[in-house]
Design a protein around this ligand. Structure first.
Ligand code: SF4
Length: 395
């Protein structure tokens, strides 16, 4: 008999089945993944049924929200700790229960090409589907909903709060928002109807179908590309690189504004040959217009024995990205560095002067460099669409 003491990923599950010489009969599924399915309603306990899972007749469920595809036995939770199988149905435990709600400059995401300098309401819940040893938000991401201090806030209340405080956007961020997918989805839909911009900051591990459905109500995405080796993802984050690359391509294909963050950690992902391979991949698959942020590591969580990233390493990474033709490359977590700012790739003028997360001045007008008229990719007005850079990439 298969034990479900710990949540299994689909791969682990199939491996076990193979070892035991069983077929897949127990996973004859009732599909629960239709994109036409109505938004979940709370049950008698106030819990919402999850989306993107399938049920088996043996009360086991198969979550298909992220790359892990957890097989979860009755009464157990998925790897992310945020989804639980109750009586053969999968429930989200974090809908309407944010443990962090705060207003910051949009630059904090980081997101540099979306209404620079405006106030953004960011929210997070407990849980994550990665186990990054360097996580700065581990006190919420590596916790279950019972271990965090939560508020009860409906999507309507979140959107009303953002409007009341003068924010122009809402972002799902800090922990991995995939784990509060249903909540994020409802917030984003309502926020866009209200005229707010929506974004999320992700590790890029959503499966393609739920990602595409979510993107209907998303203006922009910040994706962590944590490294460019499968080994790093496996050993430092207990995850996989390949799904992240697929997500980046899908966001690009969907025409959403995309920015990439690479936290440079001494000795773990600072090999400059890997940095170059990453930059080449970005240029060839996503285009040279995608903003890339190299951010400085500071000791945190399980990586307190490593030093902060040397400034020279960050500058060397920027130099490589420049050589490979990427046009908007930044250094983050290093206040006052010139690469906090945006420079026009055509005339070289500084078009957005930033000091850390503060916008000192902007010379982007109607999405163009004020000095030479070059189009800068991004979202620059409340009602503008993202400027498509597809034509630029072709030339
Ligand atoms: S969202 Fe959670 S439960 Fe679903 S597959 Fe990912 S880690 Fe597993």
């Amino acid at each position: 008999m298969i034990s479900f003491r710990e949540p299994l990923t689909r791969k682990e599950f199939l491996k076990k089945l193979g070892l035991l010489g069983l077929g897949l009969g127990g996973l004859t599924v009732i599909s629960n993944c239709s994109s036409e399915r109505p938004a979940p309603s709370p049950d008698a306990e106030g819990l919402r049924e999850a989306r993107w899972y399938e049920q088996s007749p043996r009360q086991t469920v198969w979550c298909q929200l992220c790359f892990r595809e957890c097989i979860i036995a009755e009464g157990k939770r998925g790897f992310c700790r945020a989804r639980e199988n109750r009586g053969g149905k999968l429930y989200t435990l974090v809908y309407g229960k944010p443990c962090a709600v705060q207003i910051d400059p949009i630059e904090l995401e980081p997101m540099y090409h979306l209404l620079p300098g405006h106030g953004n309401l960011g929210l997070a819940t407990a849980g994550c589907n990665f186990r990054c040893k360097f996580c700065h938000n581990w006190h919420i991401s590596q916790r279950s909903v019972e271990e965090t201090r939560n508020q009860d806030l409906s999507p309507q209340e979140i959107v009303a709060m953002a409007v009341e405080r003068g924010c122009k956007s809402i972002s799902s961020t800090m922990n991995e928002p995939t784990v509060f997918y249903e909540y994020m989805y409802d917030i984003n839909k309502l926020a866009q109807e209200t005229g707010l911009r929506t974004l999320f900051h992700t590790n890029g591990s959503l499966r393609p179908e739920p990602l595409l459905e979510l993107l209907r109500f998303v203006d922009a995405v910040t994706v962590d590309l944590k490294a460019f080796t499968p080994q790093f993802y496996e050993q430092v984050s207990e995850s996989e690189l390949e799904p992240v690359l697929e997500t980046l391509q899908n966001i690009k294909r969907a025409g959403k504004h995309l920015e990439i963050v690479n936290l440079v950690i001494p000795t773990l992902n600072d090999d400059l040959d890997d940095v170059r391979r990453m930059c080449v991949w970005i240029r060839e698959n996503l285009g040279d217009q995608v903003p890339l942020h190299f951010t400085r590591f500071f000791p945190a969580y399980k990586l307190t024995s490593l030093p902060p990233t040397p400034v020279e390493t960050l500058e060397a990474a920027v130099g490589i990205a420049d050589e490979e033709g990427l046009q908007y490359v930044y250094i983050g977590n290093l206040p006052g560095h010139e690469h906090n700012s945006t420079f026009c790739p055509r005339c070289g003028e500084r078009v957005i002067h930033r000091i850390h997360f503060e916008v000192v001045s902007s010379d982007v007008e109607d999405g163009k460099c004020r000095f030479c008229g070059h189009e800068i990719p991004g979202i620059w007005g409340d009602s503008e669409k993202a400027i498509s850079d597809e034509e630029d990439e072709q030339t």
